[in-house]
Every structure is written in structure tokens, then in C-alpha cells.
Ligand binder design. Structure first.
Ligand code: URP
Ligand code: ZN
Ligand code: ZN
Length: 464
């Protein structure tokens, strides 16, 4: 039999174990997996993966590309540069967010975003549906059903940022959770106590510089919201997924809720696992602004422990890229400071180096958090997130011995700094393969003129 691609002899994370095998690809799918042998099968391309580590393609469950900030103003990475960075970093599918706004239906929000991305991405993609202004939405449950039918079973809500029209009341959250529970959908929540953050922001912004960010967003504002929304989810009977958890206390609440049998899941990000508030010191401190903010080394350690123990389920980027010029326009006032960090190109390398190589987490567990769990929770499994017969032939193949110093100048993000600048990282992929096509090799796109990413319809989320 002839194949389109054979990945030969790599150490492969398969079935939660690491084994040596040959992987045969036909028509973009994994057609055969067997022990390494002197193969007699033919293929138009053979990748010699001996000495390399073969992982499923990474799924970034939380990305923002071409995020609209205001009239004519967007984040720095559009779908082209963002997905290029993602591909060069080992990501084969990202899930971004729809845009919504007063009077815009959920389905229009989804269609508009799919149109913006289609034909411009090097990786596959999907969107979570933003669910803001619940009280003013016309027949919200019916609109949610329409979105689910269109292949989007996950919705995003906020417990903060009322001034930007994002904050949901407890009643809205409860009603949305109830509707989602009935529809088999999943509500994803950005959990921070917006009332307290607004109060503290008014107290500290304007005269405390970047230190106003951690002062106005203490860890307790996140942990309280995680506790409250977990309780709302439990009362509604529906599952909930917390995005970008930053505090050890929040991970403890997630663990406790899960121990009590509540359907609560949590995501964290490399910046919360490995960077801390000391980054705010110095003249570039404001470049590290994100919400929730970077916390302490104790929080880093607590999050790694929760990740390794299976108490948190997903590591994602929350990629939200700004240039120095965009950040520098803040004028010392955090109310004017754009929040978010680039992270797509460094997701795998930071998690591999600072997690696996540093001894915090086993490679098999990391692969669950970067691949299988986001695929299962976000409704992409078993097509994505796993090396298995019939799955899409999506791989991130790394040379575990090869390291590189992070330098934003060599990366595909459309920005002029990296929060990881100068760090020696392992785990940048030698090859990123999407549906059998090598889309990036050694940190460069293989075919920049051919963005082959496709919108992925997703099915019912699994509760892990
Ligand atoms: O600071 C961040 N995380 N910006 C991105 C938007 C969000 O809240 O996820
Ligand atoms: Zn958020
Ligand atoms: Zn986000």
C-alpha cells in the first residue's frame, strides 16, 4: 500500500504512554501505526523521526487574534501572523472567540469571525461564542442552540469588566449555565470579581504605575469568583470551565469543587505557571500586563502541582498580542494599558522546558493538557488531540536535545518583544504537521503562500 507520509521511528506519545513507532498517513488521516520496521511501504515523503519526540498537534483552547479593541483598532496579531506563530510553535488548531455587540445575534457574530479567519490561517481553527449582555439577548437559549448546530458548543462569559459591557450578573450566569446544561454545551468563564477590581482600580490607577495592576486585581478577586461560579454551576447542574487561572487558591477551589462531584474544569497558561510579579519591576514592567495579572512564585508552584495532579485540565495561551507602541500608549495609567501577552509560538516550548524538563510534570501528562484534554473538552476528539487510527494526522515533532534562545526578532508574531525574551527553551518543533502536510519546519512556515487552515465544526464537550 502507498501512503502520503510516513513518520518513522520517533518516540511517540500514544495512549498516555511513550513508545517507538512508525506512523503512516493517507489522505490527511493516520492510517496505520506499527512498531518501527524496515518498511516496504511506499510514501511520497518519509520523515526520519529517530531521536525525535512525536506529539499530537497542540490545540490552543484559548487564543485571541485580530481582536477588535475599538473602531479600526485591533490587537497586533491578525489571523495570518497569529496562526503562523502558532504553526511554528507546534499548534495545529486554535480556538478564538467570536465578536459580539449590542444588537448583534450570536450567529452573525460567529459568521463574521469565520469570514475574517477563513483562508488566512496556517492551522485549523474554531471559535468559542461570546455570550455577553445576556439580559438583552433575544431568546438566548434558542440562539445558543443555533450556534451549537453550527459546530460551536462552547460559550464564554465574564464576571468582570462591566465598563466594557462584558460582566455578567450571577443571575445571567445561572440562567446561561442552566440553558447550556440542557443543550449539552459548556460555559467557559473569565472569573474575577469585577466589582472589587473596579473599586481598587479607581483607588490605585493614575498614581501607582504598573503596580496598580496587581494591587487592583489581587488573587482573592479571582479565587472568590471561581468559588462563586463553581457554586452557581453546581446549583444549575451544568459544567463550567474556568479560563486562564492564575492563582494557587483558584486551583484549590477547582480541586475542592471536583472532589465534591461538581463538574468544574480549569485552564491555566505558561505565563501563570512560570512568570511572576517581579516582571513588573523596571521600565518595561508594563509590557507584562495581562488580566488576571502575573502572581507569585508560590502561585506558579501551586499551579504546576495542580496541573501534574490532574486537578487542572488544560494549558492554553490566552495569546493576545500587542506591540510596544500599543502598550507604551498607557501613559502610566493601567486603565489605558492593553492587557495580554503573545504566547502562541512559545506555548509548547515553555510548557516543555519549564514543566517537563524542570521536573514539574511528565511528558504524557503535558500532552493530555495540551492535546487530548482540550480536544475532548472542546468537542474535537477523536478527530484531533490524539495519535490514533482515523484521527487527523496533526503532529508536533520536537528534538528534545535542541534548544533555542527566545528572540522576538526570529518569531512570527507581529510584535517587538516577547515575555520569554532571552530564555533558553527546548521543545520548539522541528516539524509541525497539519492533516499530513508539513506546515512549519525549524521555526519557519514551509509554504507561507498557502494558508491551509480550516474551520473545525465541534461536537458535544466532554466533562473531564
Ligand atoms: O489580558 C488578557 N488576558 N487579555 C485577553 C482577554 C482575556 O481576558 O482573556
Ligand atoms: Zn479572559
Ligand atoms: Zn483570553
Amino acid at each position: 500500500m502507498s501512503f502520503d507520509l510516513i513518520v518513522k521511528g520517533g518516540r511517540t506519545v500514544l495512549n498516555k504512554h511513550t513508545v517507538f513507532c512508525d506512523i503512516f498517513v493517507k489522505n490527511g488521516k493516520i492510517a496505520l501505526i506499527k512498531k518501527p520496521s524496515k518498511t516496504t511501504n511506499t510514501s511520497s515523503r518519509i520523515i526520519d523521526a529517530r531521536g525525535l519526540l512525536v506529539l499530537p498537534g497542540i490545540i490552543d483552547a484559548h487564543a485571541h487574534f485580530h481582536l477588535r479593541l475599538g473602531p479600526g483598532r485591533y490587537t497586533a496579531d491578525d489571523f495570518t501572523t497569529g496562526s503562523a506563530a502558532a504553526a511554528c510553535g507546534g499548534i495545529t488548531t486554535f480556538i478564538d472567540y467570536t465578536g459580539q455587540g449590542p444588537g448583534k445575534s450570536l450567529i452573525k457574530g460567529l459568521k463574521d469571525r469565520v469570514k475574517e479567519a477563513a483562508g488566512h490561517t496556517y492551522t485549523d481553527f474554531s471559535f468559542h461564542c461570546m455570550l455577553t449582555g445576556w439580559e438583552k439577548l433575544e431568546k438566548p437559549a434558542r440562539q445558543m442552540a443555533e450556534i451549537i448546530k453550527a459546530g460551536v458548543p462552547t460559550f464564554k462569559m465574564f464576571t468582570a469588566y462591566g465598563a466594557r459591557g462584558l460582566m455578567a450578573s450571577d443571575a445571567a450566569l445561572f440562567s446561561a449555565l442552566k440553558a447550556a446544561g440542557k443543550l449539552g454545551a459548556l460555559i467557559c468563564v473569565h472569573a474575577e470579581n469585577g466589582h472589587i477590581i473596579d473599586l481598587l482600580t479607581e483607588r490605585y490607577a493614575g498614581h501607582k504605575g504598573i503596580s496598580a495592576l496587581p494591587l487592583s486585581h489581587p488573587a482573592s478577586t479571582e479565587t472568590e469568583a471561581v468559588y462563586r461560579v463553581s457554586a452557581l454551576a453546581a446549583s444549575s447542574g451544568a459544567p463550567v470551565y474556568f479560563v486562564h487561572l492564575s492563582a494557587g487558591g483558584s486551583a484549590n477551589i477547582v480541586r475542592t469543587a471536583r472532589t465534591l462531584g461538581f463538574k468544574v474544569m480549569g485552564e491555566t497558561c505558561p505565563q501563570y505557571l512560570a512568570l511572576n510579579h517581579l516582571r513588573f519591576k523596571g521600565k518595561d514592567g508594563h509590557l507584562y500586563s495581562c488580566c488576571p495579572p502575573l502572581r507569585t512564585r508560590a502561585d506558579n508552584a501551586a499551579l504546576w502541582r495542580a496541573a501534574a495532579a490532574g486537578e487542572l485540565q488544560v494549558i492554553a495561551t490566552d495569546n493576545c498580542t500587542f506591540t510596544r507602541a500599543q502598550k507604551n500608549a498607557w501613559g502610566g495609567d493601567i486603565r489605558k494599558l492593553p492587557m495580554g501577552l503573545p504566547g502562541a509560538q512559545t506555548l509548547l516550548a515553555t510548557a516543555y522546558t519549564l514543566g517537563v524538563k524542570a521536573g514539574h510534570i511528565k511528558i504524557e501528562r503535558l500532552v493530555e493538557m495540551l492535546c487530548e484534554n482540550p480536544a475532548r473538552i472542546m468537542g474535537l476528539y477523536p478527530r484531533k488531540g490524539v495519535i490514533k487510527l482515523g484521527a487527523d494526522a496533526d503532529f508536533a515533532i520536537i528534538d528534545p536535545q535542541a534548544s533555542r534562545k527566545v528572540d522576538w526578532r526570529t518569531m512570527s508574531h507581529n510584535t517587538d518583544y516577547s515575555p520569554w525574551q532571552g530564555m533558553k527553551l527546548y521543545g520548539f518543533p522541528k516539524y509541525t504537521i497539519l492533516r499530513g502536510e508539513v506546515i512549519a519546519q525549524d521555526g519557519k512556515l514551509t509554504n507561507p503562500k498557502n494558508p491551509i487552515g480550516q474551520f473545525q465544526r465541534r461536537t458535544k464537550p466532554e466533562i473531564l
